[in-house]
Design a binder for this molecule. Structure first.
Ligand code: FES
Length: 57
């Protein structure tokens, strides 16, 4: 189990990374639609952006 990125929705880094890869996501909003990450307080959105940058190069 990898680190939890979104504590509001309980979404892990692994889940975010694999969903970005599977569905070719490009934006924080898309990650929210697919995983619910970032759709609570919004505090994790910069981290989601960092993961997007990392995965999409
Ligand atoms: S920690 Fe992700 S929306 Fe609050």
């Amino acid at each position: 189990m990898s680190e939890t990125i979104c504590h509001c929705m309980g979404v892990s880094r692994d889940e975010i990374v694999s969903t970005i890869k599977e569905k070719h996501l490009k934006t924080v909003a898309q990650v929210g639609e697919e995983t619910d990450a970032g759709t609570g307080c919004g505090g994790c959105q910069p981290e989601i952006q960092a993961i997007l940058d990392e995965v999409n190069g």
